[in-house]
Design a protein around this ligand. Structure first.
Ligand code: GTP
Ligand code: MG
Length: 198
């Protein structure tokens, strides 16, 4: 992760994806869960991915490439489950997300982000089931851990762990992070480096 991460590509549709290369890791989750912030925190570049406190900020698949042509890519995704956007937009984002997650050979891992304050919602469960069906390896990352009391965090953590037992493609371990404090970033980076070396 040391070195400069750069923006390489933005795809508004599944027809405009970059050619497959190297290893891709994607960040999925409900709108506003903190996907773009997590990418910034991980890469140490504050304004690499665009963030906003209003949901629906990221509207395309955004590809970032690791230092020195490492062929390691991070993919920021639009959020799902954003009820206030126009219906056609939600439908097109959802289609884009599902198509990308199901049909990309270079996609090595999906991190599914869950807001520590809200826990798992039905839309999250739908995405997990779809990943199970396509046998895409994924891991749950709790975000915004700085926003909840320790007891609440533990409750959400246990709920997620219990749910994951019924999901064959899921990693049993759950990562707890905060992009604001940097908590959990070292663990998440280490998990990705292990993946690269597999
Ligand atoms: P969309 O692109 O709209 O789907 O959202 P996103 O999932 O990319 O979320 P984004 O990173 O834009 O963050 C949404 C809001 O949550 C912003 O106001 C962030 O500052 C805030 N946020 C993200 N991560 C954290 C965190 O760890 N702690 C706190 N307190 N706020 C966070
Ligand atoms: Mg975003």
């Amino acid at each position: 992760f040391a070195g400069e991460w750069t923006f390489i590509w933005a795809s508004p549709s599944i027809e405009t994806l970059p050619p497959m290369a190297g290893m891709e890791v994607a960040f999925a989750g409900r709108s506003n869960v903190g996907k773009s912030s997590l990418i910034n925190s991980l890469t140490g570049r504050n304004a690499l991915a665009r963030t906003s406190h209003t949901p629906g900020r990221t509207q395309e698949l955004i590809f970032f490439e690791g230092p020195d042509g490492s062929d390691f890519r991070l993919v920021d995704m639009p959020g799902y489950g954003y009820a206030s956007a126009p219906k056609v937009k939600i439908a097109s984002w959802t289609k884009l997300i599902y198509n990308f997650l199901q049909g990309r050979a270079s996609l090595a891992r999906v991190y599914v982000l869950i807001d520590s304050r809200h826990g798992l919602k039905d839309v999250d469960l739908d995405v997990l089931k779809s990943l199970d069906r396509s046998a895409v390896s994924y891991q749950i990352v709790l975000t915004k851990a700085d926003q909840v009391k320790k007891s609440e965090l533990e409750k959400t953590f246990e709920e997620v762990r219990t749910e994951l037992r019924t999901h064959p493609a899921a990693f049993p371990d759950v990562l707890v992070t905060s992009s604001r404090t940097g908590d959990g970033m070292a663990e998440l980076r280490a998990a990705m480096v292990r993946l690269l070396n597999e």
